[in-house]
Design a protein around this ligand. Structure first.
Ligand SMILES: [Zn+2]
Length: 123
């Protein structure tokens, strides 16, 4: 696996966080990363967290990483934005190193936020 920091996606993610007013998400502690070489089929992106025990061991606060796999690049702009929103929704209000699961991060809720995002578009 090869990883690289994705500054362009970081910027897009921060814009989404800002426009959707997701105040529980600290953009400085969510890092967007591109990966290539994954064997995982059908995976577009995934959300990782620094587990609580490692936060304690390393004396750092919670951090998340959103990994974007190669197939992400082939999506439409709209599907890419929805993917970013989907991954952000996995981060719980506590921002503590845990996750919200697919009972909450479902298509219906992602679409709701995506619509809010589109409507917040300036101009
Ligand atoms: Zn998911």
């Amino acid at each position: 696996m090869q990883y690289s920091i994705a500054l362009d996606l970081q910027q897009r993610m921060c814009e989404i966080v800002r426009r959707l007013n997701l105040t529980h998400i600290d953009c400085n502690r969510v890092v967007c990363i591109r990966s290539c070489g994954s064997k995982a089929r059908r995976v577009i992106a995934r959300c990782h967290a620094l587990p609580k025990i490692m936060q304690l061991a390393m004396e750092v606060r919670a951090h998340y990483a959103i990994e974007f796999l190669e197939r992400f690049e082939r999506l439409s702009q709209e599907d890419q934005d929805m993917t970013i929103i989907h991954e952000l929704m996995h981060i719980p209000k506590t921002f503590g190193g845990g996750f919200r699961h697919h009972d909450f991060v479902c298509h219906k809720n992602v679409e709701k936020l995506y619509r809010m995002y589109v409507e917040s578009r300036p101009g």
